[in-house]
Design a protein around this ligand. Sequence first.
Ligand SMILES: Cc1cc2nc3c(=O)[nH]c(=O)nc-3n(C[C@H](O)[C@H](O)[C@H](O)COP(=O)(O)OP(=O)(O)OC[C@H]3O[C@@H](n4cnc5c(N)ncnc54)[C@H](O)[C@@H]3O)c2cc1C
Ligand code: SF4
Length: 338
Amino acid sequence: MAVIRDVMPAFQLYQPSSIADAQKILEQNGPDALALAGGLDSMDWLKDRIRKPKVVVDLGAIEELKGIRETANGVEIGAMTTLTEVAENVVIRQRYGVLSQAASLVASPQIRNQGTIGGNLSQDTRCWYYRAGWPCYRAGGNICYADTPVGRNREHAILYAERCVAVNPSDTAPACIALDAKFAVMTPKGQQVINAEDYFVGPDLDITRMNILQPGYLLTAIHIPSTWAKADFYFEKVRDRNVWDFPLMNVASAIHMSGETIQDIRIAVNAVAARPLRLKIVEDSVRGKPHNVATAETAGKLAVQGAVPLQFNAYKIPLMRNLVKRAITGVEEAAWAS
Ligand SMILES: Cc1cc2nc3c(=O)[nH]c(=O)nc-3n(C[C@H](O)[C@H](O)[C@H](O)COP(=O)(O)OP(=O)(O)OC[C@H]3O[C@@H](n4cnc5c(N)ncnc54)[C@H](O)[C@@H]3O)c2cc1C
Ligand code: SF4
């Protein structure tokens, strides 16, 4: 067994107790600083000696960042709220069940107890070449090791890949997009409120980041508007093992029905591209249509238009087609047909 003889490089640890102080420290230290939430993603990078921040800003003592509050037009979730709290909160379960379900399917109970909603939405990709420190495009190099004839790319992207074919692995991200959530981000220029789907970025915009967070930025809260409260929700996660495993793919939808007609819908998938995808083309195609298998089948076919498989992930195309179909019917096909 390998013996690691070095130690993790030292860093200065700050434990601010307010959003203002945390943002200031992050801003003053720019790219040398790392925000630490539950640490489940961050600690890997530190312990593997791949990221060596000079400053770590532990957000754990900031009470303003924790908890779930009802507001005049929905609910606000502090970025440091644990995934367990999100999964178990009564208001979220009763009114925004798709998010509760997504959070409850993340990893294991221990990880959900420690991992935060802000960290889950902001986590990095799991591409093992990149996580192992290989100098690929995303790490600033000039090659993608996953996108070669022998690259291990079973879990990688089928859509919107540009040089990098890594995927976003978050389970809560598509649920937030389906709920039309808004993310509050504190920046050096003040607070920004960003639509959930615009929080995430693909390699076409910036190959080194998965989201809009830049040095000095702090995600403070997730606002879920009441627009989609108690809609007809669907969430499904497909993974290799039904235990603590990242999604091979997931889907989240929210539907408002008018009789047997789909009056309005939001639908998003994740783990098919470097950012979670809101499927506007699908939404537009089914809005005003009868809620039946034919509508869902058309939607599934539309969803995978333009998908390009890699050597080992062709299965993702029928998987996405079927997940989208089921997210519209709302039930598994056999049950629906019977
Ligand atoms: C074994 C294992 C299995 C997992 N399985 C799944 C799974 O099935 N599904 C899934 O969705 N996730 C999974 N995860 C991810 C996990 O759920 C965590 O949510 C995620 O790693 C990060 O959450 P965290 O609170 O630990 O954040 P951290 O690791 O502390 O932070 C993650 C990143 O976000 C940044 N960040 C965090 N909070 C903020 C903030 N408020 N403002 C600015 N930046 C911030 C950090 O700087 C860092 O870059 C798994 C993790 C592990 C270790
Ligand atoms: S998929 Fe992206 S992260 Fe993975 S090796 Fe290729 S460039 Fe790097």
